[in-house]
Design a protein around this ligand. Structure first.
Ligand code: RIB
Length: 327
């Protein structure tokens, strides 16, 4: 998978979605029509965004997912492969169209997304098992929840067997009616090394808590060694080994579109985690460094419209971290 032995190897399992991005003066309320600006189509999907971000950040990245047998599917494959991501694990399925999302972006960059997973729902545990070698060859398996839970759980199991670290971005949170912990299977959390969520996802999974720290502690109780909550302009809060929560401030940027900022965070964190893991430096400093990489990448991603087009390159992240260090 990696031609350079020092290169981090990331396997991303997740969604592949064509985004229709529309600027809106404000978000529509139920029953209301709001006139939007001209639409733009951009490749997206949390899985594809994170795989492309990992490649741009210098990792050898591979993607496991499903597209439909249609023009969007072919365009997505070309866009992802064109970024140097190995797409051997991407299946073409003719039962459903390629996933599509409508992304409304308000002035100031806040977004609201309606995603139709479509072909992404055709990712089965059997297809995941066919990718056992790709998962086993990676340092980190990175997943989100826009694909069926059965596939995610199976991939986590294969990763654990192979000694591949599991980083789970539990977005979006499944409906709680599905059982588990706020809709996320308890066995999945138990196989997860690092859990990354935003504030509302943390609340949905943890259930009623007094504050975010208690939520982080509750989530850590299900198994992940590291639990991270991304808080947008308020930075990041995280806990390691069920210890006291730490904070990293947000990087100040002029945001035009926050779509994909979470994906950039997750990918940069995972790439840096893999690099520190290979160097046997996953101590408190190494984890803090990975969180800072995530925060820098997330901030950079808000400066460009669209999700995948906004994923930053390694040099940009390093430059932002250096400027902040005064170096
Ligand atoms: O995280 C951003 C992504 O979420 C968008 O690209 C959209 O496709 C949805 O999956």
């Amino acid at each position: 998978m990696a031609s350079n032995p020092d290169q981090a190897r990331l396997c991303v399992l997740g969604s592949i979605i064509m985004d229709m991005v529309v600027p809106v003066p404000r978000f529509a309320r139920p029953g209301e029509t709001v006139l939007a600006g001209s639409p733009r189509r951009h490749p997206g999907g949390k899985g594809a965004n994170q795989a492309v971000a990992a490649a741009r950040l210098g990792a050898a990245a591979s993607l496991i997912g499903t597209v439909g047998d249609d023009a969007d599917g072919r365009a997505m494959m070309a866009a992802i492969a064109g970024e140097g991501v190995d797409v051997i694990g991407v299946a073409v399925d003719n039962a459903e169209p390629t996933g599509t999302a409508v992304v409304s972006v308000a002035p100031g960059g806040e977004n609201s997304i309606l995603a139709s997973a479509a072909a992404n729902l055709r990712l089965t545990p059997e297809r995941v098992r066919a990718c056992r070698g790709v998962i086993g060859a990676a340092d980190v398996l990175l997943m989100q929840l826009e694909v069926p839970l059965g596939a995610v759980v199976e991939a986590a199991r294969l990763a654990r067997e192979a000694g591949t670290a599991v980083v789970l971005n539990a977005a979006p949170v499944p409906e709680a009616g599905n059982g588990g912990v706020g809709g996320v299977p308890a066995e999945l959390l138990a196989m997860t090394d690092v859990l990354i969520v935003n504030e509302s996802e943390a609340a949905a999974i943890a259930g009623p808590v007094q504050d975010l720290n208690q939520g982080l502690a509750r989530l850590a109780g299900y198994g992940p060694r590291v639990v991270i909550a991304t808080l947008g302009e308020r930075g990041v809060r995280y806990s390691v080994d069920r210890g006291v929560a730490s904070e990293v401030e947000a990087f100040a940027v002029e945001a035009v579109d926050s779509t994909g900022a979470g994906d950039a965070f997750v990918a940069a964190f995972a790439v840096r985690w893999a690099e520190h893991q290979a160097a046997q430096a996953l101590d408190a400093m190494g984890i803090l460094d990975a969180v800072c990489w995530g925060a820098a990448a997330g901030a950079l991603a808000t400066r460009t419209a669209g999700a995948m087009p906004a994923m930053p390159r390694r040099g940009e992240v390093v430059g932002m971290l250096r400027r902040t260090d005064g170096g």
